[in-house]
Design a protein around this ligand. Structure first.
Ligand SMILES: [Zn+2]
Length: 673
């Protein structure tokens, strides 16, 4: 049989023929794809005509079609449905890719053409998106080492290859460790306090792992979080918590210490060869924030009120412990459990009261309905689509005039072959008239009925926001489409969408009791709203601590980045993190920053974007959450524009002014209105 990647795809919506693709096709397709792309690049570089925007920049934009085609499928599957063969291919391909990029940036003839266009940029008759494209491409070549001496070029190339290996290794180690640990429970004493829905998921997990009749909890977020919230056995909470914070740091082959220190050191070496003092300086030069100094300033502005708040919260929890006649001192593994009790006492609101109103299909339809009211989009289920896993669903997204906007896949359930967390990604991006195929992946525990906690509801709306950014893209050039924006801007569309999820008007529409069909009551909504700022000291603190840790790894000198414990301790001491809170991720399982460099020196960007989303949603609040003019402005200036202009320019066009931090502090209850 021929390799399906070498044939045109005939499926509706341009879906890949998943039923025909076998794992061995990937290696063959990647080999040919790299070769074809090399030939295309060479033809552009050696074109005897003088460089023009069309024969160089646009030609590069449209090169590598086969590479797009095969990587669009492969990297989605390796994330959401991996196996040993795919992991082995990933190792090889990531090294090939790094070589391929290095060769591209080392192509002097090509860089000369880009450089000459860059020199003439003021005099070229270019539209704003074309200017942006030229500037971005030129910068990516300079950052990729194109302007380096012949002596330094091979050094950077070798570093990139080694980094690609180490980052893949880091990620595979975390997956291995996450699958390895299991807390197996048998007796009612051990499971005391755990709600039925949580136990049902734990039974399924046990079945899947061959422990029939038992309950199994793991250190994946969706399993450990409810356990820490509800399990009354304090020693078991301590056990699973310790296993979690020990991930990637055990005495075995999956230990990540040496990989991560080598990553930090190589990144610094590379940044310095490229003329930056640190990896953080290097990364931030390409972000909306621009410098580490500005990031520190923002984090510090939020840290102070957050620290005050977390101390108050710790005191509340200690009081709760004493009130129950216990006399131990609050420990990190107590935080979720007593928070749940204080929450119940103060707001008379437990996850078990709430969850029946958040049946997964209803929440999903609620998100679709918000997109309909804001932007007129309709989501129609495509039943006959042939997809990569039985859990995946496909939706044909259409505009009010019936035009096809894109295909939207949802892949919501957790499985061992899927990496942790939640994300949006694309099988095909938008460019010109080609419409995108977008996927949302989550890790909800599969159960019947599948009821979501409020965090999971927020996650669903969050990924849906990224999805809309991909789906609604209207740009000319593929590298500017959808979520291809500066990294500290990419969370604006996702995080702003979370605000709609909990608006009373929206809740009344989708939050209906799974058994009775009754819409959620106003009383319960008021409680949810009141509880919204609850525990924000903790949430903000653990997040900011991880952000400071990320910066420390990427701006400290070599003598400080060789010892994991020392660097962590020094960073946390400096900010004064209380000892009952851990950073949201510790170094040995901090995948955002070590499993790839995309979020390195960039974990801060979630809260940077939150400044934008809180301030942006304020614009809707002022005029009505479905105000057509505000929705139109958000659509045309943000969602459709992708990376075709500078983020600050787009934001100002939408909001009419620069972003302000006050809405964020209010929203988190860190200052009172
Ligand atoms: Zn996101």
């Amino acid at each position: 049989m021929t390799n399906p990647f070498f044939e045109p795809w005939q499926n509706a919506f341009g879906l890949p023929p998943f039923d025909l693709i076998e794992d061995h096709h990937f290696s063959e397709a990647f080999d040919r794809a790299f070769e074809e792309h090399r030939a295309e690049i060479s033809a552009i570089a050696l074109n005897p005509e003088p460089a023009t925007f069309d024969n160089t920049i646009v030609a590069l934009e449209h090169s590598g079609a086969l590479l797009e085609k095969v990587s669009g499928v492969f990297f989605n599957l390796v994330g959401s449905d991996t196996n040993e063969q795919r992991q082995a291919i990933e190792m090889t391909v990531s090294a090939q890719w790094s070589n391929h990029d290095s060769d591209l940036f080392a192509n002097t003839a090509l860089f000369d053409r880009i450089e000459s266009l860059h020199q003439q940029r003021e005099h070229l008759p270019l539209d704003p998106d074309q200017r942006q494209l030229l500037a971005t491409l030129h910068q990516s070549f300079v950052r990729g080492g194109a302007a380096l001496t012949d002596l330094d070029k091979p050094r950077v190339k070798a570093i990139n290859e080694r980094l690609a290996q180490l980052e893949t290794q880091f990620s595979q180690n975390v997956l291995k460790e996450t699958n390895e640990f299991e807390l197996i429970l048998h007796t009612p004493d051990q499971t005391k306090g755990l709600p039925d829905s949580v136990l049902a998921a734990a039974t399924k997990e046990a079945e899947a792992r061959g422990h029939h009749g038992a309950f199994v909890f793991t250190i994946s977020r969706s399993s450990i979080t409810p356990f820490l919230q509800f399990a009354e056995d304090r020693s078991l909470r301590e056990k699973i918590y310790r296993a979690y914070v020990q991930c990637g740091d055990n005495d075995n082959a999956a230990n990540n210490r040496s990989a991560l220190t080598e990553i930090a050191n190589l990144r610094r070496d590379k940044a310095q060869i490229l003329g930056f003092s640190s990896h953080a300086e290097y990364m931030l030069a390409d972000r909306m924030a621009e410098t580490p100094l500005r990031v520190h300033a923002l984090l510090d502005e939020i840290w102070r009120p957050a620290q005050k708040k977390v101390n108050e919260e710790a005191e509340d929890l200690q009081q709760q412990i004493l009130a129950e006649g216990q006399n131990f001192k609050l420990a990190p593994w107590d935080w979720w459990f007593y928070t749940e009790k204080v929450r119940a006492a103060r707001f008379d609101l437990s996850e078990d009261d709430i969850k029946p109103y958040f049946h997964l299909p209803a929440v999903r339809d609620g998100a679709f309905s918000v997109a309909n009211k804001l932007f007129g989009l309709t989501f129609n289920r495509v039943e006959e689509a042939n997809l990569y896993h039985p859990d995946v669903e496909a939706y044909d997204v259409t505009a009010p005039n019936g035009d096809h906007v894109g295909l939207f896949l949802v892949d919501y359930f957790s499985r061992p072959s899927k990496r942790g967390g939640a994300w949006m990604s694309e099988f095909r991006g938008q460019s010109g008239a080609i419409r995108p195929i977008v996927v949302n992946c989550c890790n909800f525990q599969k159960s019947d009925p599948c009821l979501l906690g409020l965090d999971e509801v927020a996650t669903l709306f969050h990924e849906f926001g990224h999805g809309l950014h991909g789906l609604m893209s209207q740009v000319r050039y593929p590298s500017q489409a959808g979520t291809n924006v500066k990294q500290d801007f990419v969370e604006l569309p996702s995080q702003i969408m979370e605000h709609w999820a909990l608006e009373p008007e929206v809740l009344k529409d989708y939050a209906k009791h799974v058994s009775t069909g009754q819409p959620i009551s106003s009383t319960l909504i008021e409680k949810i709203q009141a509880a919204n700022t609850f525990n924000q000291g903790f949430m903000t603190t653990e997040y900011l601590a991880a952000s400071y840790l990320d910066l420390a790894w990427h701006e400290s000198p070599q003598e400080e980045t060789t010892h994991v414990d020392t660097l962590e301790q020094r960073t946390l001491d400096r900010i004064g993190l209380i000892d009952t809170v851990s950073p949201r991720y510790k170094s040995t399982y901090f995948q955002h920053i070590f499993a790839g460099d995309h979020y390195s020196a960039g974990y801060y960007s979630y809260i940077w974007a939150e400044v934008l989303d809180a301030d942006g949603f304020q614009a809707f609040k002022e005029k009505g959450i479905f105000d057509p003019d505000t929705a139109h402005a958000f659509r045309t200036h943000i969602l459709e524009k992708g990376g075709s202009a500078e983020p600050m320019t787009l934001y100002r066009a939408f909001r009419g002014r620069d972003p302000e931090v006050t809405a964020l502090l209010n929203h988190r209850g860190l200052i009172s209105e």
